[in-house]
Design a protein around this ligand. Sequence first.
Ligand code: NAD
Ligand code: LMR
Length: 322
Amino acid sequence: MTVTGAAGQIGYALLFRIASGQLLGADVPVKLRLLEIPQAVRAAEGTALELTDGAFPALHSVDVFDDPTQAFEGANVALLVGARPRTKGMERGDLLEANGGIFKPQGTAINAGAADDIKVLVVGNPANTNALIAASHAPDVPAERFTAMTRLDHNRALAQLALKLNVPVSSLSKVTIWGNHSATQYPDITQALVDGKSVSEAINDQAWVENEFIPRVAKRGAEIIEVRGASSAASAASAAIDHVYSWVNGTPEGNWTSAAIVSDGSYGVPEGLISSFPVTSAGGSWEIVPGLEIDEFSRGRIDASVAELAEEREAVQKLGLI
Ligand code: NAD
Ligand code: LMR
């Protein structure tokens, strides 16, 4: 398993959960391959020492690399967490270009040396478009193996609904995040159920849905940055675990989750964009939940987020990154 950005905040929260067997199952042996930039290799080596000290039964080895070709050699699962954050004065184009410099060589390295069953989750932002860049440099890997994380948004939506309805999250099902992992995302409760009954009917307050629930979920990343003084880390790591666990072990009967996967044109999302959908997983493959009715409000919200993804794709095309 390869994890990039291993010396970062998310890496620190993620690696110990992987080592304890929570990603693939307690009995599955894990060989960790950590990728960092040269300046952060020492810190990643420190994390590797602590991983050793955890004496995790499932953890068979930990190796640290600063070269993507070596880091992805033989990988079955790749968690692409390391990314270039937006800094002061940076335009969106600058951010996309800086991240192209990271995800292009990583896609190439995955293409060259990862195992045939490689599954890739991109966490580093802008996650959907970074996944698109990596996928476009891995022509021998099926495009559906490149995914981006909207599971944190999905979990945030579940948590807000559980608070509103005063139920445990386990009472809720069929919540969806559509589109981009950005403030344009659409957290959709039109199909959602609470103990088998309609969430919309139980809440019966469209103003709350539009003016409080949707913006709270869509802007939660910014709220965490403001309140915590740093981007979400443990909740992001937890969502990454959830995403890969569902992908490998399947989703429960009668429910779905959300993941950004390559569009096959479903629900009017242009083919090839990596967009969040309602998805189920079986046999190690995601499938978009077919045939859902999309009301007019939802259509507008999905279209707006997908338009942003299309703009990002156009921007990286112009920069020669895909
Ligand atoms: P961080 O700055 O603490 O860590 C990032 C690490 O990535 C650093 O150690 C850095 O050295 C490393 N890195 C940079 N370029 C690299 C490269 N080319 N190869 C390997 N490693 C590299 O950041 P963090 O808090 O861990 O967040 C990581 C990313 O995840 C950010 O882009 C953040 O915006 C994103 N994020 C996404 C979600 C989501 O839901 N999709 C949620 C939270 C955070
Ligand atoms: C989040 O949703 O918490 C992050 O994507 C926010 C960010 O910009 O790192």
